[in-house]
Design a protein. Structure first.
Length: 170
């Protein structure tokens, strides 16, 4: 993804609100380059992703270059530069999950949602990602939906998890 640092539309009410939210999230942090990762984590936790404007606000507050902030955000896989769905699905592709049928589970999820890896459903409900390992190998195959881990999945069980989210039951 190419991420432009050209500032634009800063005068809009939406951007003013976003700037205020970011500023409020990072206000407790000391202006120090050692706080770049913490600032990114706080903003992402508060907004669900890292919009371009956040890099400027973080950089200004911490007294570092926006490129330092952007470099950290793009180096670590934990940070998201695009808005994701209400439910972030992370399907495990680790060895244990692969051996126990993760490909079938992932195929069923893709078919059900009509999206591929890295995409968000048109209704904004689900974003599908794959990860190298969730760290729950004894429960393989596994997936996470936001912070909840689901194991010993079959395609049917995985689709049941998604159906529960769609119906509002968690």
């Amino acid at each position: 993804m190419v991420y432009s640092f050209v500032k634009g539309a800063e005068g809009t009410a939406e951007n003013a609100e976003l700037r205020k939210r970011v500023d409020d999230l990072i206000a407790p942090l000391e202006p120090d380059s050692a706080n770049v990762i913490v600032a990114l984590q706080k903003v992402q936790e508060g907004l669900g992703w890292l919009p371009r404007e956040a890099f400027y606000r973080i950089a200004k507050h911490l007294k570092v270059s926006p490129s330092v902030v952007f470099g950290a955000a793009t180096f670590y896989a934990q940070f998201y530069l695009t808005k994701s769905g209400k439910y972030r699905i992370m399907a495990c592709r680790g060895t244990a999950c692969h051996v126990r049928g993760a490909a079938r589970v992932l195929r069923a999820i893709k078919q059900e949602l009509g999206v591929d890896e890295g995409q968000t459903t048109p209704d904004g409900e689900f974003t599908l990602e794959t990860v190298a390992c969730i760290g729950a190998c004894a429960l393989a195959p596994t997936m996470m939906v936001n912070k909840d881990t689901f194991g010993k999945l079959t395609p049917g069980k995985a689709l049941g998890v998604l159906a529960a989210r769609r119906s509002g039951a968690s």
